[in-house]
Ligand binder design. Structure first.
Ligand SMILES: [Zn+2]
Length: 319
């Protein structure tokens, strides 16, 4: 992989597991403005490799949603499922250095063996049941037709300076321990695919939701292990419903497609989002281009944005 270019390069990385909603739009807008406001490039990547729930046509839908918002991108659309050999090569490098080992544990095994409960949606920390194995043990497991995943040996927890959230220092051993980089189904896990992609696509800045902060030290460990240069990160607060929970179906239909079909103008939504980010004083219609000179990452309030039915009504949408 060649050197990182000097121009800032951001990315939009929709996952086609579900429709894009207002919360996704706020993150995409921020990522797009961050790169474009400095004359940078934006790439589009469809993250379709790590999910059993990819819906047919969802990638096209995601691109359509972005176009509707007025967000553009440079170059070809990268689709993860078309890049398996790249991820395999990265796994091979980790194997050569014994930085991964085959793990035969099921989810239930991990839950049962974990001594202490750990907070978060990621479940209990992996107790290291298979850490005694070496890469060569995979041969016997294959011969025995035992399914296994590849786990990365966590040795340190790289701290990082988040462009939005500041200094972040998390303990990966506590957070989840050795993590899966390759699934027993034969596909790369999210953490590995994202690192390989961002490096190969010369992404210099990653702007994403702050629910992904715990992923970042893992990804930084992989950058280190693979000898790749990491991008800078900005994790911004999510959009939540009136109950304070992350925006989801229970809050009603906030899909961009639903807004579009009901006649909401993209400029009206962009105005609402720009206002929520502190770039404009009132939620009035504005285009993505008009926001370029107004963008300031640190104007975004450091707490989740509460999307209410009343705010949606103001832009002409009945929740
Ligand atoms: Zn295991």
């Amino acid at each position: 992989m060649s050197a990182v270019p000097l121009i800032p390069t951001g990315r939009l990385a929709p996952s086609p597991t579900g429709a894009q909603h207002v919360g996704n739009a706020r993150t995409y807008l921020t990522a797009w403005l961050s790169a474009r406001s400095r004359g940078g490039a934006v790439r589009l990547r469809i993250e379709d490799i790590d999910s059993p729930r990819v819906k047919l046509g969802a990638a096209e839908q995601a691109a359509e949603d972005l176009r509707w918002l007025g967000l553009d991108w440079d170059g070809d659309v990268v689709v993860q499922t078309a890049r398996l050999p790249l991820y395999e090569a990265a796994l091979g490098q980790l194997q050569l250095r014994e930085l991964v080992y085959p793990c035969t544990c099921t989810r239930t095994d991990v839950a049962a063996a974990a001594s202490a409960p750990h907070a978060g949606h990621e479940g209990p920390a992996y107790p290291g049941t298979c850490a005694h194995r070496s890469v060569a043990d995979a041969l016997q497991l294959r011969a025995d037709a035992r399914p296994f995943a590849w786990r990365f040996r966590v040795s340190e927890s790289p701290p990082f300076t988040d462009q939005f959230a500041g200094e972040v220092r998390l303990d990966l051993a506590q957070l989840g321990g050795d993590f899966v980089v390759w699934k027993s189904a034969g596909t790369p896990a999210y953490q590995l695919a994202v690192v390989v992609d961002d490096a190969e696509m010369h992404i210099t800045e990653v702007v994403r939701g702050d629910d992904l902060i715990p992923s970042t030290p893992r990804q930084l460990s992989l950058y280190q292990a693979l000898g790749l240069t990491p991008p800078i990160f900005a994790h911004i607060p999510l959009v939540v419903g009136e109950d304070g929970r992350r925006l989801a179906k229970r809050h009603g239909d906030t899909r961009l497609a639903a807004l579009r079909e009901s006649g909401v103008k993209p400029e009206s939504l962009l105005g609402l989002l720009a206002w929520s980010c502190g770039w404009v004083e009132k939620p009035e219609p504005v285009s993505a281009g008009e926001l370029l000179p107004l963008f300031r990452l640190n104007a975004i309030p450091p707490r989740a944005f509460v999307l209410t039915a009343s705010l949606l009504r103001q832009i002409g949408y009945q929740l």
